[in-house]
Each structure stands twice: as C-alpha cells, then as structure tokens.
Design a protein around this ligand. Structure first.
Ligand code: SF4
Ligand code: SF4
Length: 156
C-alpha cells in the first residue's frame, strides 16, 4: 500500500539532529508511523489518571489502512479530534500510545526499528504487528459501557 505521508527528500535521521519544536511541517508529519492507535477510544481513570487503549475505533478509522478516511475534513464529523503540534505535545503525550513516535521522542527515546523513517516503507509498521490492522471494533456497534471489555495491553 502506498504511503500517504510524504517522507521523500528528508535529511537522514533528522529527528536525532533537531528538537521537536524545530522540525518543519514535513518532518513533523513524517514522524507519524501510521499505526492508527491514537484513533482508538481510550478509557481514563479519573483518580489515577491512568489511560487504557481499547479496540473500539473512532468512526472514521479504516481498520485495514489504519488511516482516517476523512482526514482533511475530519473535524466536521469528529470535532474533538486533536491536532497534535509541538506546542501541545506536553499536554497530550501522556495518553498517546506507548509506541507513538511523538511520545517516544518527547520522552527522549529512539524510534523503533520498524518505523517507516528507518525501514523506508510504511508496510513495516503492519508487518511488525504494531498497527491496529484487523484489531478494531466499531464504536457504533459497541456501547460505551462495554468498552472496558475491549481494553488492549500496551505496547502492541
Ligand atoms: S499513535 Fe502516533 S505514530 Fe501512531 S498513528 Fe497516531 S500519531 Fe501516528
Ligand atoms: S477523526 Fe480521524 S484522525 Fe481523528 S481520531 Fe478519528 S480517525 Fe483518527
């Protein structure tokens, strides 16, 4: 499957050379590995602040490509969808999936070996079994009081 993210012409290992807030737009977007896990519904424990990912996907997530099917106009359908940026990463990193490139770099950790920026292909995230491909259930067909039954153990 072709990679919808433009990773062409980037400086090799740019993410190790520049801080997150100095990346240009293409570099920032290229960090996304396309796993789709940030598009899963989460459960947050109000007391402990602990966040659990569930298999219950946002209505716009395609379970096969692991992409948002209406990315450019998604806020018309899902107004609460976050636009992740260097200046709001501090606020959101805690709930991002454990393998998310933005979270890993924010934590000062390296990108995993299966990341498309390292392998050169977006297929590697699926081949490594760390995307949501084939994993999700629909939020329309799964009542909220059953989400707890669909919690997934991270990291996947
Ligand atoms: S969890 Fe992170 S790396 Fe995965 S799709 Fe979402 S933003 Fe991209
Ligand atoms: S609207 Fe699109 S990008 Fe936002 S959570 Fe849903 S599938 Fe993901």
């Amino acid at each position: 499957m072709s990679d919808p993210i433009d990773r062409g012409g980037l400086t090799p290992h740019f993410w190790e050379r520049k801080p997150l807030n100095k990346l240009n737009q293409q570099e920032w977007e290229a960090l996304c590995d396309g796993c789709g896990k940030c598009c899963l519904n989460k459960l947050e424990d109000e007391d402990s602040g602990e966040v659990a990912l569930t298999r219950v996907a946002c209505r716009l997530l395609d379970d096969d490509s692991c992409r948002c099917v209406q990315y450019d106009i998604r806020h018309q359908f899902v107004p609460e969808c976050i636009v992740l940026k260097p200046d709001n990463l501090d606020t959101h990193a805690y709930w991002m999936p454990q393998t998310c490139a933005y979270r890993l770099l924010w934590q000062g950790e390296p990108l995993p070996g299966w990341h498309p920026l390292i392998t050169g292909t977006s297929d590697s995230v699926h081949e490594a079994g760390v995307s949501v491909r084939g994993l999700t259930v629909s939020e329309f067909e799964t009542p909220e009081d059953e989400w707890e039954d669909h919690i997934i153990e991270e990291p996947i």
